[in-house]
Design a protein around this ligand. Structure first.
Ligand SMILES: [Zn+2]
Length: 69
């Protein structure tokens, strides 16, 4: 067996591992990403001006009316 061949093979394996690590991060990031999107879809409307507000907002950014849920 050629010594250079073995070294090349080792480098290939290391590349594969870093690639699958990166892929795992991307995939786990995506699986976490979806619930965040769904939570952000909860919307509240201002009673006064009817603008769509984020649920976490306490006051309307348009007219300043307190947001009631
Ligand atoms: Zn408003």
């Amino acid at each position: 067996m050629d010594a250079n061949n073995v070294q090349n093979r080792m480098q290939e394996i290391q590349k594969d591992q870093s690639f699958s690590n990166a892929l795992g991060k991307i995939l786990s990031g995506k699986s976490n990403y979806k619930p965040v999107i769904e939570m952000r879809k909860i919307e509240v409307r201002c009673k006064h001006c009817g603008i769509t507000l984020d649920e976490t907002m306490k006051f309307c950014h348009q007219c300043g009316t307190k947001v009631e849920k």
